[in-house]
Each structure stands twice: as structure tokens, then as C-alpha cells.
Design a protein around this ligand. Structure first.
Ligand code: HEM
Length: 435
């Protein structure tokens, strides 16, 4: 039963509920996942001709088998699906022919090897140890600057005031965008008009388009006039085979980092703060020993995986978990479900930040598509938690925003792809700066 469900309410009929469209699953999808896992960790859903993978081992296996499972539909699954009825036991050619119908078909996450290998190599040029270390230094300052904005108010909204702007600017810094552009980007991503330029807001309304245009300009400039900066390193980065990519390809790689890394990391931050605000003993527990923060974050990633479902398209007819998968079938591979598989995580619905194997979760996927931003997201969330512990004495949920008793509520993003709060308002007592 969920917090808002009245006692004695009839159990929902999970056998007939459509995972992709039914709003009743948004608040708490976990009983639904459990229902299907209990039937079979690899089971046919009644809609859209999809096989749902809710088991841990089965999901990990599918992520590993890139040859058998295409990522062409990784982001949106059965929508729109292949435009023709697949025939035979190998649809490799069909996928190549119709790849462009799938949303985000030019981005890393939907590519298959060998194209994926090339593009991934380019992406990984951004995540060098040196760049990551500089980025971490930037995060430290950024977290405190962001907290400065609300520390005097005694209350803050985690996503708008902290999670989203930090996640955005961390990627902007990773890409070497000049700090002068950061404020502008933050306003555009927050849907605010540009300062003193209402017409400009209309012109640059689409933040990704603005970003692509600005970034392309910087890269062209750096190819023509190399300098000692990150943008020059990115502009000169080559594919693993040594060839120089088109500017448009580098821009696409960079834009995708914003798409992939912003909302997800903001959701990790809000998911973490939900636990400490709802049950402040966790706040005390972290405060007693800050080295507990990484384990705490892994358990949040396991319990509230920001990516609820990913998808794959069966390229060759095969079998996983004893279930036949004909070529052309759409698979929903759900980290949110796999991470609560009791065969891998005993008492999976219990939040236990000392869980020994929490880090084995699939929240960042597995295999060749495993999230390259995982180290960055982990460090970012750790820095945010540490900065809050530095500045805040105690905290709790804001009752006006979240209600109390039977009116208690959290609102989650109504999407089948991601899992996260739409808002989280926290009241706090700041630390005495003199203490
Ligand atoms: C808590 C935060 C994050 C979570 C939970 C997350 C989760 C994931 C998952 C599950 C995948 C695999 C998708 C699939 O196999 O279909 C993925 C891929 C990806 N993520 Fe993340 N991510 C996070 C943060 C980030 C950040 C901060 C960045 C970049 C700065 C990033 C960039 C990417 C990219 C580029 C891919 C595609 C990789 C590929 O296809 O080879 N992610 N992420």
C-alpha cells in the first residue's frame, strides 16, 4: 500500500496494467515489478508486445550480450517500434535499414558496435583522470555557492535550488564552457528568460539548441586557434582510429551528456535527500561518520534507481531465463526492478546503507553501454551531501509542501523511463558559522 492509498483499497490488477501509460504506477512501481518478477523474471507484458526483464541476473546478461540485443530502441522502447513486421531469426539488416525511426538514433546510447565503439571512444576522451580531478575541484566550490543562495531562508527546494543547477553546471565545466556562459545556461535550462533580454529568450528558448550552437562556435574557434584549455583538448580529440571527427559529431556527443547526466544526477541528489529528510536519523548517522556517504549513495541508487527502465531490441532469436525471445521483440530491461531482486539483494525493499553488495546494483547499466558518467555522478552527489553536512545542523520535510499523516505525499515524474521526485521541499536549521 502506498502512503496515499486508503486502508482496505482494492489491490490493483497488475496483470492488466500497462506499464508504459498507467499513471497508477508512477508513485510506486515496485509492487508491480515484484508481481511480474514473481511470475517470471522474464515475462511477456500484456501490452505493446514487450518482454519485461525484472530479474537481476537476466538483466545483467542482456546488457552484456551486445551481439544479440541491439540498443537501437534503448531510450523509448516500443515507441515507435520497427515500422515493418520482423521476419526470420536475424533482423540485423532490418535494424540498420530502419535505425533512423528510433528516437535519439544518432546518440551514443542507441548505437551498436562498431559505430558505438567509435563514438564511445570519443566520449571517454572527456573523462580523463585529469579532467575529472579539475571537475571535482569545480564541484566543491559550486556546491557551496549554490547553498549560499538559500542558506539564509531556512528552506529550499532540492531540485530547482540544488540538484538541477549543480548537475547542469558540472557538465558545462566538464566540457570547458567558460564560466561566463554558465549563468545563461542555468537560466535557459530552468526555463527562465535571459537577463534583460526578453527577445533573446524567445530566440534561445531551446537550451540544447543554444548549447549546440555556442559549443560548435567554440570548437571551430579552437580548431583554428588552439589554446591551452579544455575546449581545445575536446576540439582536437580524435576517434580511437586516429581520425578527426566532424564538429557536428563532437557537438552531438557533448549535447548528449546534458541529456543523459543532468536529470539522472539531480534525481540521485533528491532521492538521497528524501531519505535523510524523511528519516533524520540517517542524517545523524552520516554526520557521525562521513565515510558512510558513498555506501549510503549506492543504496539510494539501488532503491530508487533514477533510470527505471531501458530497452533492447532482440537482433537474433535467443533465450534468456528459459524464455524464448524471437528476433524483433522489444525488451524492457528495468534497473528499478533488477535492483530489488531478492535473489541478489536479500530484503530488497529495506533501505540498508550498510548492505555489503549494494554497489553491484544495475543503476548505471552494464556492458559496453554502462554509464560513463557514473564516477562523476557519484562524486557530485558525495560533494553535495558533504557540503550540506558542513552547512546544515538539522533538516526535515516541509509539511506545507508534502503534507502530514493521511495527506502526506510525494510527486514523481510521470515517465516510464526515469524515476524521481518532481519536487522536494526541505526545512532546515543552518549551522552556526562560528561553531
Ligand atoms: C545518477 C546518475 C546517473 C544514472 C543513474 C545514469 C544511468 C545510466 C544508465 C542506466 C545508462 C545505460 C543505458 C543503457 O544501457 O541503455 C547510462 C548511459 C549513459 N550515461 Fe548515465 N547515468 C547517470 C549520470 C550520468 C552523467 C553525469 C553523465 C555524463 C556527464 C552520463 C552520461 C551517460 C552516457 C553518455 C551514456 C551512454 C553510454 C553508452 O551508450 O555507451 N550519465 N546512464
Amino acid at each position: 500500500m502506498t502512503a496515499t492509498e486508503p486502508a482496505g483499497a482494492q489491490a490493483p490488477d497488475f496483470d492488466t496494467i500497462d506499464f508504459y501509460t498507467d499513471p497508477s504506477l508512477v508513485e510506486d512501481p515496485y509492487p508491480y515489478f515484484e508481481h511480474w518478477r514473481n511470475k517470471c523474471p522474464v515475462a511477456h507484458w500484456p501490452h505493446h508486445d514487450v518482454i519485461a526483464v525484472t530479474g537481476y541476473e537476466e538483466s545483467a546478461e542482456i546488457y552484456r550480450q551486445t551481439e544479440t540485443f541491439s540498443s537501437a530502441n534503448a531510450v523509448t522502447g516500443p515507441f515507435p517500434g520497427l515500422p515493418v513486421e520482423p521476419e526470420g531469426d536475424d533482423i540485423t539488416d532490418l535494424i540498420i535499414e530502419h535505425r533512423h525511426v528510433f528516437p535519439m538514433f544518432e546518440y551514443l546510447v542507441t548505437l551498436d558496435p562498431p559505430e558505438h565503439t567509435q563514438q564511445r571512444g570519443l566520449t571517454m576522451r572527456l573523462f580523463t583522470p585529469k579532467r575529472m580531478a579539475e571537475n571535482e575541484e569545480f564541484m566543491q566550490g559550486l556546491a557551496h555557492r549554490q547553498i549560499d543562495e538559500f542558506i539564509g531562508n531556512g528552506t529550499f527546494e532540492v531540485l530547482a535550488d540544488l540538484g538541477k543547477p549543480i548537475a547542469l553546471l558540472v557538465i558545462a565545466d566538464l566540457l570547458g564552457l567558460p564560466e561566463a556562459d554558465h549563468k545563461r545556461l542555468a537560466r535557459l535550462f530552468a526555463g527562465l528568460p535571459e537577463v534583460g533580454d526578453e527577445e533573446g529568450a524567445a530566440t534561445f528558448g531551446d537550451p540544447l539548441a543554444f548549447l549546440a550552437e555556442t559549443f560548435a562556435g567554440y570548437l571551430e574557434d579552437r580548431r583554428a586557434n588552439p589554446r591551452d584549455d579544455v575546449l581545445t583538448q575536446i576540439a582536437q580529440a580524435t576517434y580511437p582510429d586516429g581520425s578527426l571527427p566532424e564538429i557536428a559529431d563532437v557537438v552531438r556527443t557533448a549535447s548528449f551528456l546534458f541529456a543523459a547526466g543532468q536529470e539522472t544526477t539531480a534525481k540521485l541528489v533528491s532521492g538521497s535527500l528524501k531519505y535523510v529528510a524523511e528519516e533524520p536519523h540517517w542524517w545523524e548517522w552520516l554526520r557521525e561518520d562521513r565515510s558512510r556517504i558513498p555506501g549510503f549513495l549506492e543504496e539510494v541508487l539501488r532503491m530508487e534507481s533514477p533510470v527505471k527502465s531501458t530497452s533492447r531490441l532482440v537482433r537474433h532469436t535467443t533465450e534468456i531465463g528459459g524464455v524464448e525471445m524471437p528476433a524483433g521483440t522489444t525488451l524492457a530491461v528495468c534497473p528499478g526492478a533488477a535492483n530489488r531482486d531478492p535473489r541478489h539483494f536479500p530484503n530488497p525493499d529495506e533501505f540498508d546503507p550498510t548492505r555489503a553488495n549494494a554497489r553491484e546494483h544495475l543503476a548505471f547499466g552494464r556492458g559496453v553501454h554502462a554509464c560513463p558518467g557514473a564516477p562523476l555522478a557519484r562524486v557530485e552527489a558525495k560533494i553535495v551531501m558533504n557540503a550540506l553536512l558542513d552547512r546544515i545542523e538539522s533538516l526535515k520535510l516541509n509539511e506545507e509542501a508534502h503534507g502530514t499523516g493521511p495527506d502526506f505525499r510525494h510527486d514523481y515524474e510521470p515517465t516510464y523511463i526515469l524515476r524521481g521526485l518532481t519536487r522536494l521541499v526541505i526545512d532546515f536549521v543552518p549551522k552556526d558559522p562560528a561553531s
